[in-house]
Write a protein that binds this ligand. Sequence first.
Ligand code: TRP
Length: 429
Amino acid sequence: MTTRVLTGITPSGTPHLGNYVGAIRPAIAASRAQGIESFFFLADLHSLIKAQEPARTQRSTLEIAASWLACGLDPEQVWFYRQSDIPETNELMWFLTVVASKGILNRAHAYKAAIDKNEAEGLDPDAGVSAGLFMYPVLMAADILIFKANRVPVGRDQIQHIEMARDFGQRFNHVYGKEYFPLPEVVIDEQVATLAGLDGRKMSKSYSNTIPLFAPRETLKKLVFSILTDSRAPGEPKDTEGSALFQMYQAFATPEQTAGFAKAFAEGISWGDAKQQLFERIDAELSPLRERYEALMAEPEKIEALLRRRGQQLREQYAVPLLKELRHAVGLRDLADVPRAAAAELARSAPPVFKQYREKDGRFYFKLTDGEGTLLVQSTGFDSPRDAGQLIAVLKQAEQGDALQSDLFTLEAEVAAVLAALATLRDAG
Ligand code: TRP
């Protein structure tokens, strides 16, 4: 089976060199590997959480789509689509919402940060916090699970979201008794460089130190020449270590070219010459991309048609059949089927129950019966109802897949019997 790799891109702003080196270029390179099915999508529904300016949303979506295509993403080799073109995602999101625990969402970093900030400022904790921000991880889980993705490459800030997607998927599988979703693995690329910006800090929109990826040649040159350097004069040896300029050169050069540049540093190249070389190097890589980008931006209707076509194919091939299956799984079914199927299934699917009681010998017992009342397991006697209750609680947890508490292993035989009975029931159901 091929591995499915899914990458979500939130369209916001125009991409800069840091995005290109750190995310776009490595992701496109990885998409060319054999034996994988790649999914790349524009997370336009997610973008609405932050930006509620329609014209900007539209513009960003177009720019980001054109950027990835210009950088070499092959839309016939990978699935390239727009989140909002797969309406089944929203329906799946609801199915996940009803099994997702609110407590987990309370702990999501982005939501928690907003709450903490409000509290620190003495405001109502929920001030200005939308339910969209709160539900962000559930929508993201739906993006991933709808295509049964196996691997999800993300930045560190997104690891928690992938863990949540696993949790929601697992809960759904558990509640509805079948492995509908494989659990996605997070992929963190340790190698990926973060590029330094014009001022030497990490290149980031929030520091206003970026170089736009498709800046016209003249602008690119001006920006490269504005990179912060130390004040060493021409002829003085320069440090490559900690030099934003050197690091940027390295991100666009072969190892041989980089070695040559390091040598020039040691030999005291002037900052002006170094900047000129860096500019030429970046421009050599980017100028064909810039040309493609401009051509794509001149024909937005082509991008629109491409995204629609791929989205439609994905729906037909995956999303619509999956939702059909899931609707049935959760019980959104043809009502005409009820008389025939329901009775048998109800009996089968009624959950097993634990019953606690006290015998004439004064001791406390429990038994496990299936949905129809058939006795499955009978416990031995306990001294207190609390002891019996605790074991039941642990068994219920164990059944959910949590580890058994070790101090209860004295009751090993009982535990094993209950778990075996539950497993048999589950397999039959
Ligand atoms: N939240 C991701 C980000 O900001 C974008 C995203 C949305 C995503 N849905 C996804 C990433 C699903 C991976 C999988 O970077």
